[in-house]
Design a protein around this ligand. Structure first.
Ligand code: BGC
Length: 823
């Protein structure tokens, strides 16, 4: 069941309870989830509200103050609280719609029009097919006559028009009316309403970026525009609070909104069935627009208005070879309270390496500042974090992170475009920040974007051949195979003995025979495993009696980014883009800590979250689950989520590692991307998250990266993730995987191929055939160990140690749950 819009009548026709007032909420919760922590609802509402981005506010039409509003568009009731698929399909205990939210916020809503929509919506309920990946992107709009709009204009001063979209897993958004574009009926609605009202506010209830070029057609007749994203069960109420001014608007875009889809540099290649060439290279989102096409931007990255004005006073307090530190005064010089997000951007010299005009280097959101109040924000940027990856040896240092000599410019402001240049630091010599080795480089030729300059020094798009892989993969892997510990057979050591310090982990692992090791390398054979809470996504760890006898607890995994997906009711929280648009890291950690507590109440040990792929293209169906086009925002947000969840003793599992940027043919598509773009854009967020927050688990992606499926990718998982970043956690597959044989080691197929890469666990664990998932595991691992050149026991033991690290970290939570059940 996708979490779906609801009718205002409070019925459960779509399986979701619509609440109409706070008073009604407690009654609803008695029926659905009496265990729900009110604090979680409160913080979810705050987060959803802080994620709302105010794009336009002509004549200060907002906040609504005492105006009566006429609300148009069926989405006022049939609210899209979240997108579809595993990132949305939560059994939500209740959902607000916008009309109820507005009334809750004390806004006078034109009742006659609201009643018209209520009747029409209940007579024309949204058609929701149950087919995975085939849910509608929009719902047909109620036809609106000029008379109805004109009559409403006699009763209300301001019109609010609500437009909604959803997208989701297994299907990308479409460049069509009803998906990325407006439908004819929506256009007519806007024409009709703006003809009748002098002031119209548009609310966009959409998880993904959609075309907004039409706003310009209406001039000042569209006075206000709010991008609400999808804020979960409290989302509509949060938007209403922002419209009413109860919570000030403070969200900022984490993506560039361009004038047209064709303006996005990925658009030429996005959506290919088998191959997706990342020709734009590092020039993703604002990195492209600010460098090459600033006039193609409708709303810049980092942009968002508030209900007050701020004065920004940036000062450089210290600058040396290591870092630059800013002290930024933020003063509320307006008449309403508000929060502001200060952003620091950097420009690297770009001598041998092409560089974007601006790259986000740091950000901070202030607390709530009353008129006249100010806050001083300290932001420190380490030069090493601005390093670029030289994949071609252009600086003379191939496969190194380098800082080129030259001028580094720093810009401070409240969006990428308007940030003012406040400092220049000259570095006299090139610095090699980190020497690594080539990994996951392209195996096919293609051209990538670079910066060329015209006679006046202006940046122009140029192209160059991408450097191709040169590493001897077979030799690299063969030289790194781990030694095995001699298998002892069962000596009676239990995992608890390791925890209590009376035995070593190595001694424990040495007891496991090949079958047990192979069982540790897969989850229980089906989703909804009987070993975990009903409706779980899968269970790993103690999946057989012999493993459990040795004290290995079964570990329950559940989706996901917007809520705990089980048969039981669980909170539906703001989706990734909504959270990121808050730019408020402590708030996100506070929310996800409460989410972690809810996991404990519901019996989830591992949350398959955060989703953290880069918004490379606005049509990617799962963008709503992810944070941003920018890797710094992505990495810091993901770290904030992981910290919150893991502060409660449960685990987070960032996903999908890596370059899973489209849904079309997602399990077969090959993301062809330069090593530089991979490392600076698509892996950078993961790197930040892993280094800063140490997630206990991590999920690979379905797609291929330069010709190798991510779940078989030794370079990605062993060389980069574990080798370079020092990751010691448990790596799991996305649900099932594609069959393949290791091209360099033909004795390794499927699960054996995967274990060699250090992708520790197949999830769920059973075989998937053309007829669908089967409730049995294959024996490729056991077979491979038995043949010359096959998987080694040492590799299986290494994987077992990774899995047991996760099981041991979760033991207190799992044991407490078991005790409770027994008690
Ligand atoms: C999705 C994952 C999800 C998993 C389990 C897959 O289809 O890609 O993000 O965690 O299912 O539901």
């Amino acid at each position: 069941m996708p979490t779906t819009p609801v009718t205002e009548s409070g019925d459960r026709s779509h399986g979701v309870m619509a609440v109409e007032s706070v008073a009604q909420l407690s009654t609803v919760l008695e029926d659905t989830d009496p265990t729900l922590d009110p604090a979680l609802g409160r913080i979810a509402r705050q987060a959803a509200a802080e994620g709302v981005v105010l794009l336009r506010n002509d004549g200060r039409v907002l906040p609504l103050a005492h105006a009566t509003v006429a609300v148009f568009g069926r989405v006022q009731l049939d609210w899209f609280a979240v997108g579809y698929g595993s990132g949305g399909d939560v059994k939500v205990p209740y959902v607000w719609n916008l009309v109820a939210g507005l009334r809750d916020a004390g806004v006078a809503v034109d009742g006659e029009l609201a009643e018209l929509y209520r009747r029409w919506c209940s007579e024309h309920p949204p058609e929701l097919t149950g087919t995975w990946g085939q849910w509608p992107h929009h719902f047909p709009e109620m036809p609106l006559s000029a008379e109805v709009a004109a009559a409403a204009a006699t009763r209300a001063e301001v019109a609010v028009v609500v437009i909604g979209r959803a997208a989701g897993e297994a299907r990308d958004s479409l460049r069509e009316p009803g998906s990325f574009e407006l439908t004819a009926a929506e256009r007519t609605m806007l024409d009709t309403v703006t003809a009748a009202f002098a002031r119209t506010v548009v609310v966009l209830d959409a998880g993904n970026v959609m075309d907004l070029s039409w706003i310009a057609d209406y001039g000042h007749r569209i006075s206000g525009v709010l991008y609400a994203w999808q804020g979960g069960m409290e989302g509509a109420r949060a938007v209403a609070a922002v419209l009413a001014g109860e919570i000030p608007a403070s969200g900022k875009l984490t993506d560039t909104i361009a004038w047209s889809y064709d303006d996005y540099p990925s658009s030429a290649n996005f959506g290919g069935r088998d191959v997706n060439v990342y020709a734009e290279d590092i020039f993703v989102g604002y990195r492209y627009f600010e460098t090459f096409a600033p006039d193609r931007v409708q709303f810049p990255f980092g942009f968002g208005l508030g209900y007050t004005d701020f004065e920004i006073d940036p000062r450089v307090v210290q600058a040396d070879d290591v870092a630059i530190e800013f002290s930024i005064g933020v003063r509320n010089v307006g008449t309403a309270p508000g929060k502001e997000t200060v952003q620091v951007y950097a420009t690297a010299p770009g001598v041998a390496l092409s560089q974007p005009a601006r790259v986000l280097a740091a950000f901070h959101k202030t607390g709530l500042l009353a008129p006249g109040e100010s806050e001083r924000v300290t932001l420190r940027v380490l030069f090493d974090e601005l390093a670029s990856y030289d994949d071609a040896g252009a600086t003379g240092h191939p496969h190194a992170w380098v800082l080129e000599a030259g001028d580094y410019l720093f810009h401070v402001g409240t969006d990428v475009r308007s940030a003012a240049t406040v400092a220049t630091v000259t570095r006299d010599a090139l610095r090699v920040v980190r020497q690594v080795s080539e990994a996951a480089a392209p195996v096919h030729d293609f051209s990538r974007m670079r910066v060329d300059r015209d006679d006046e020094g202006r940046a122009r798009v140029g192209w160059e051949p991408v450097p191709r892989a040169t590493v001897d993969r077979k030799g690299r892997i063969a030289s790194e195979l781990p030694p095995a510990t001699a298998v002892t057979g069962d000596l009676g050591i239990r995992l608890d003995d390791v925890d209590e310090g009376t035995a070593t982990l190595d001694a424990f692992v040495a007891q496991l025979d090949v079958t047990e090791l192979a069982d540790l390398a897969r989850g229980d054979v089906t989703m909804h495993s009987p070993l975990g809470a009903a409706g779980n996504a899968g269970v790993l760890g103690g999946v057989t009696a012999s493993l459990r006898d040795k004290g290995i607890r079964p570990v329950t995994t559940t989706d996901g980014p917007s809520g705990i997906r089980l048969s039981a009711y669980a909170s539906l929280l703001p989706s990734g883009t909504a959270l990121a648009s808050t730019w408020n890291l402590p708030l996100v950690t506070e929310l996800t800590a409460l989410h972690g507590q809810e996991m404990i109440r519901k019996g989830s040990d591992v949350l398959l979250s955060p989703g953290m792929n880069i918004h490379r293209d606005p049509l990617c169906g799962r963008n709503f689950e992810y944070f941003s086009e920018d890797p710094l925002v992505t990495g810091r947000m993901a770290a904030a989520v992981v910290r919150g969840v893991q502060s409660q003793g449960v685990a987070a599992c960032p996903k999908h590692f890596a370059a899973n940027n489209q849904e079309t043919n997602r399990t077969r598509n090959d993301s062809r991307v330069s090593e530089r773009a991979l490392r600076e854009i698509y892996l950078r967020g993961f790197e930040l998250c892993v280094r800063e927050a140490r997630p206990l688990a991590l999920m690979t992606s379905y797609n291929q990266v330069n010709g190798v499926w991510a779940h078989y990718h030794h370079d990605l998982v062993t060389v980069i993730l574990r080798g370079e970043w020092g990751y010691e956690g448990c790596v799991i597959t996305d649900w099932w995987m594609e069959d393949a044989t290791d091209p360099d080691f033909p004795a390794l197929a499927n699960n054996a191929y995967r274990v060699r890469a250090q992708v520790d666990v197949l999830m769920p664990g059973g075989v998937k055939t053309d007829d669908g998932p089967q409730a049995y595991a294959d024996d490729t691992i056991v077979q491979s160990v038995a043949v010359p050149g096959g998987l080694t026991v040492g590799e299986l033991q290494r994987g077992a140690r990774n899995v047991l690290g996760l099981v041991r970290a979760l033991r207190p939570v799992i044991d407490a749950r078991t005790q409770e059940r027994v008690g």
